[in-house]
Design a protein around this ligand. Structure first.
Ligand code: ADP
Length: 446
């Protein structure tokens, strides 16, 4: 096991990782920019190193400075959290070259899954169902038209290097195709410096359902069920739940086993999430994230498994501590992402938190890196906390969520809490009847 882990992240996830390290008896190193000198993850770590000025490119994304922090503190492993360098294959490779363990998959697996076309081809080869579309990149409009007509409209043009929903354009009819192709290319070129695009069938009413997997790099892999993340705004998840209201036990076991078997073939190591769109009873692979997800706590709530602890164990060379037959799912969990944003316009609302009173009680978990008097810096993501509730049934979970939201007081800044109060009062949400477009439509009409 490791002696000292450096956490290359900030905010709630840095604290989350520290908690797992402490319970394993591992010393922790926090890194921070000058804007985060007062952050909770810095205060609670055993040691901390300032790695640069506020812009992420000069601090949290700066590999030489992170390496120097490892060297100064003698850290023998790095946990990247999510975002920042968590899916940077080069970072994983450089750490290994310096005999520092990257708590995550191999750099090769990160690289494969980071390229959407390669990821899709790999998924297909491993027996995972994918969205119908072009075989690889499309180079001309003639080729695009031929594929789109064969598949039927609407189609979606997607950037190979895509992320965050950029470089994605829908063509509803043949007339739209030329423009969709050129705008997707231009957007991809500007955002990723790579204008390669491919075509997929555009699913009109899908849910976003993702499967949590775990491998030990030694050919063992299990799945921990699914999360439903269909409530999205601009392709960003807002609320997540497990299990999905749309799946039964047989469908869950089938897709879970398909994904776990694929991970066994790949000899995948660590935590991973295979994301699907789910429509009319069929799953369609969209991408794989080779890291811990923001919404991992809903899986922890229903399985009782500490995902971060398991990541650390597996990275240290241990085999998985659980077998598939030992995994059981208990009750229902929902996570709300509490962002420092206006709940209607979603404009970021940094500033000082003058009052902070998180909810408590049975089945309520708050993961956050803030505290009363803390000043939220304007430089980073606006996620300031996550409220996770667990109940025996979905209905109990919703009632508990309503109760917990009513206790939550955050003053001094705007947050997304009022939006969640509204959402849980909607019959479609109460009944679990929503697809990936539901929230955008709701926001447009209310
Ligand atoms: P990114 O990496 O840019 O986030 P993803 O491939 O993960 O891109 O897709 C993000 C979101 O875009 C999905 O959650 C879904 O809402 C939508 N999307 C992606 N592919 C399709 C498709 N073929 N049909 C309909 N919607 C899609």
């Amino acid at each position: 096991m490791f002696d000292k882990v450096l956490i290359a992240n900030r905010g709630e996830i840095a604290l989350r990782i520290q908690r797992a390290c402490k319970e394993l008896g591992i010393a922790t190193v926090a890194v921070h920019s000058t804007a985060d000198a007062d952050a909770m993850h810095v205060r609670l770590a055993d040691e901390s190193v300032c790695i640069g000025p506020p812009p992420a490119a000069e601090s949290y994304l700066n590999i030489p400075r992170l390496l120097a922090a490892c060297e100064i503190t003698g850290a023998d492993a790095v946990h990247p959290g999510y975002g920042f360098l968590s899916e940077n294959a080069r970072f994983a490779e450089i750490l290994e070259e310096h005999q520092i363990t990257f708590i995550g998959p191999t750099s090769e697996h990160i690289r494969i899954m980071g390229d959407k076309i390669e990821a899709k081809e790999t998924a297909k080869r491993l027996g995972i169902p994918v969205v119908p579309g072009s075989d690889g990149a499309v180079t001309s409009e003639t080729e695009a038209m031929r594929i789109a007509k064969a598949m039927g409209f609407p189609v979606l043009i997607k950037a190979t290097a895509g992320g965050g929903g950029r470089g994605m354009k829908v063509a509803h009819t043949p007339v739209d195709l030329g423009l969709a192709l050129s705008t997707a290319r231009a957007e991809a070129k500007a955002a990723f410096g790579n204008d390669a695009v491919y075509i997929e069938k555009y699913l009109t009413k899908p849910r976003h359902i993702e499967v949590q997997v775990f491998g030990d790099g030694q050919g063992n892999a299990i799945h921990l069920g699914e999360r439903d993340c269909s409530l999205q705004r601009r392709h960003q998840k807002v609320l997540e739940e497990a299990p999905s209201p749309a799946l039964n036990a047989a469908a869950r076991a089938k897709i879970g086993e398909t994904v776990a078997e694929a991970m066994r073939k790949l000899k995948y190591r660590g935590a991973g999430t295979v994301e699907f769109l789910y429509e009319a009873g069929e799953f369609y692979f969209i991408e794989m994230n080779t890291r811990l997800q923001v919404e991992h706590p809903v899986t922890e709530a229903i399985t009782g498994i500490d995902l971060v602890l398991e990541q650390i164990r597996v990275a240290s060379g241990a085999q998985l501590s659980h077998k598939q037959k030992d995994i059981t799912f208990a009750g229902h969990a929902i996570e709300c992402r509490i962002n420092a944003e206006n709940p209607r316009t979603f404009r970021p609302s940094p500033g000082q938190i003058s009052y902070w009173h998180p909810p408590g009680g049975l089945g309520v978990r708050v993961d956050s890196g803030v505290y009363q008097g803390y000043r939220i810096p304007p430089y980073y993501d606006s996620l300031i906390g996550k409220l996770i509730v667990h109940g025996k049934t979905r209905n109990e979970c919703l009632m508990r969520l309503k109760r917990a939201l009513s206790e939550f007081v955050i003053d001094g800044i705007e947050t997304t809490i009022p939006l969640f109060n509204e959402l849980i009062a909607q019959p479609d949400i109460a009944n679990g009847l929503y697809d990936i477009h539901w929230l955008e439509k709701y926001l447009a009409k209310s």
